[in-house]
Design a protein around this ligand. Structure first.
Ligand code: AMP
Ligand code: GLY
Length: 427
């Protein structure tokens, strides 16, 4: 088959790595890709926001199956457009992608379907939102309704900060994403990322992971797109996983189908495991980044037939196999990230790093210049490792990182610390 993968991050490199290994793949093309993906696939400079250009490329290149990585094209309806043009595509329709594209939509769905989540209200202007915040008191969470590239959630320290966040959103600080605001209860617990593959009818649990969103060691400093992750998440016991499926994922699928927007693709639930059980923080309509890097390392089965079964509504009799091992990934980012950073510095030592047993390096913001690999983004590399324990996977990843020569970059030195602590204390 001829496969087209859309995207250019570490998530897409991990997907490309698995798709390239499938015996069903004849040709793998990635748009736009990066320097690491270029080792697994042909990279083409297509603007994936231009759906007509993507369709024309599929026609000209006899593409049999399209896999969409990031959320923006999904929310913009690229799956609907490709399918209407006759191209089989993995991912949710525009209506189904509202689970990520509108937090208000998802909260209302939770209310109707009785799915455990934080108590909330939706607002379209500042004054009623502020009145609600004052009535609820602190702590509280303020969220922009739409896609805001990770900047749409504010957890204020004071009432004044809460009111300022509401004003910022309604004054257009996050563009159209902030035209509506959700104010919700602050939940206490341990977070986990949970992934299920869906075909509109059936949900098949994939695996769990935990990511580290803060830029600094000890989970300090500003939020980022994710500085590292590991899988499985120890907090996702068999019992919590079963409850997540029964109380959150399955009712969501049923509700989406009932409203005529059946959900196909990967459903990524951001969960808070509270003392009362799992509660939904938010949904994403795609694979996680950097969670996919650890999921793909642990996936034993061929990924491609699973994605096709999701698209074709054939997941019912599908079984995916996973290595019982732990996977861990450490993100290397350009100095300054998540603030301002420079592009174009040279990264050395990648081949020596990749020689370490169990290690795979997935690229995010990189580009090739002859034989050189240059940094070309904020999050640049995902140094990933598979091993029997998280402790060992962590040791392997950092051993690899110590072979990478890139003074213009940095990483956290404590990715996986909660799981390592659990392993050291014997469970
Ligand atoms: P994201 O939407 O991925 O930028 O991340 C939002 C982050 O904010 C989550 O990962 C949580 O850490 C936190 N968060 C969001 N909603 C809540 C909530 N209701 N209670 C507590 N923490 C929250
Ligand atoms: N790692 C969180 C995300 O992909 O949104």
């Amino acid at each position: 088959m001829n496969i087209l993968l859309l995207g250019s991050g570490g998530r897409e490199h991990a997907l490309a790595w698995k798709l390239a290994a499938s015996p069903l793949t004849d040709r793998l093309v990635c748009a736009p890709g990066n320097a690491g993906i270029a080792r697994e696939a042909e990279c083409v400079a297509l603007d994936i926001a231009d759906h007509a250009a993507v369709i024309a490329f599929c026609r000209a290149n006899r593409i049999d199956f399209v896999v969409v990585g990031p959320e923006a094209p999904l929310v913009a309806g690229i799956v609907d457009d490709l399918e209407a043009a006759g191209f089989k595509t993995f991912g949710p329709s525009k209506l189904a992608a509202r689970l990520e594209g509108s937090k208000g939509f998802t909260k209302d769905l939770c209310r109707t379907a009785n799915i455990p989540t934080a108590a909330y209200e939706r607002f379209t202007s500042a004054e009623p939102a502020k009145t609600y915040v004052r009535r609820q008191g602190m702590p509280i969470v303020i969220k922009a309704d739409g896609l805001a590239a990770g900047k749409g959630v504010i957890i204020p320290q004071t009432l004044a900060e809460a009111e300022a966040a509401i004003d910022m959103m309604f004054e257009g600080g996050l563009g159209a994403a902030g035209a509506e605001v959700v104010v919700e209860e602050f939940m206490v617990g341990e977070e986990a990322s949970f992934f299920a593959l869906c075909d509109g009818e059936t949900a098949s649990p994939l695996a769990s992971a935990q990511d580290h969103k803060r830029v600094g060691d000890g989970d300090m400093g500003p939020n980022t797109g994710g500085m590292g992750a590991y899988s499985p998440a120890p907090v996702m016991t068999a019992e919590i996983t079963a409850r997540t499926m029964a109380e959150i994922i399955v009712p969501t699928l049923r509700a989406m189908k009932a409203m005529g927007a059946p959900y196909k693709g990967v459903l990524f639930a951001g969960l808070m495991i509270t003392k009362d059980g799992p509660k939904l923080i938010e949904y994403n309509a795609r694979f996680g980044d950097p969670e996919t890097q650890v999921l793909m390392l642990r996936l034993m089965s061929d990924l491609l037939p699973a994605l096709i079964a999701s698209r074709d509504g054939q997941l019912k009799s599908f079984d995916l196999r996973w290595y019982p091992d732990s996977a861990l990934t450490v993100v290397m980012a350009a100095n300054g990230y998540p603030g301002e950073y420079k592009r174009g510095s040279v990264i050395g030592g990648l081949d020596a790093a990749a020689e370490i047993e169990g290690v795979e390096i997935f690229h995010a913001g990189t580009k090739a210049d002859g034989n050189k690999i240059l940094a070309n983004g904020g999050r640049v590399l995902n140094v990933s490792a598979l091993a029997k324990t998280v402790t060992e996977a962590q040791a392997r990843a950092y051993l690899a990182i110590d072979r990478i020569e890139w003074p213009e970059g940095f990483c956290r030195r404590d990715i996986g610390w909660q799981a390592v602590k659990r392993e050291k204390s014997g469970g």
